[in-house]
Design a protein around this ligand. Sequence first.
Ligand SMILES: [Zn+2]
Length: 343
Amino acid sequence: MKKLLPTSTAGSLPKPAWLAEPEKLWSPWKLEGDELVEGKQDALRVSLHDQQQAGIDIVSDGEQTRQHFVTTFIEHLNGVDFEKRETVKIRDRYEASVPSVVGPVSRDKPVFVDDATFLRQQTQQPIKWALPGPMTMVDTLFDGHYKSREKLAWEFAKALNQEAKELAAAGVDIIQFDEPAFNVFFDEVNDWGIAALEKAIEGVECETGVHICYGYGIKANTDWKKTLGSEWRQYEEIFPKLQQSNIDIVSLECQNSHVPMELIELIRGKKVMVGAIDVATNTIETPEEVAETLRKALQFVDAENLYPCTNCGMTPLSRRVAQGKLSALSAGAEIVRQELLAR
Ligand SMILES: [Zn+2]
């Protein structure tokens, strides 16, 4: 990436109302069969266009091709029964009815490779594709088979590795693994979480990243954030080991969060996607607010490694708000880019 401060999004963008009910997680599709296939591709094109209009440099499908960032990938694997549901506590935070692991998990066929190929055909810009991370996948299921979070994560890592290699071959420039669970289960992250992530990226011939956030702006998450106190030092527990890992990029939540910016120092040498857009509010940041966050981050990350980004996905926001935030991100990054170039 030659451009200084290339912008991107953490992942999801709002879906159009004709495809799925907007501003809602796990929103069911409104189309079926061939119409759904075509509808998802049309939505992907619209989402790409929106990103381009806003001046985003590293573009994505806006996750128009999936219902949810974790479950859609799991739906395509063997060994998970979506009819057999159990209630578990996700990230120790909120209860959800989830599918069960009933046998060995494996991946017979590609999950997102056709979608990524379609995105690749639409643009010459660098593209980023998001996959769930192994630990977050484990945390979104009931395991009645392996009865070991570590073992299940390892099997998921193998399936993710197959998918990641094929996505890279399809022309994806950056593969990002979403690991919000890394912000909760610190001991497990250090014991086996980062090892499973490294298994997932083994031999993958493109850049790889991990997105670690405080979640979508839904009530369960905002309530949890209120319990975290005035300084959020969760990243401190896992950054030293992450710094030692083979992952290229770390994507973080920095805007309006209580994460002390100096924690970024702990991953010195990595590329850092700095979240400069709050996804838990409808208030659109000003370009100057975005610029201020990026300037703070620049104290702890070299300019060539700083990638301005959003805190998390924007699927629960309205299209108008999300578009405003994308434009603010671009404009804010441009302010700081000019400052750097003028030095
Ligand atoms: Zn996130």
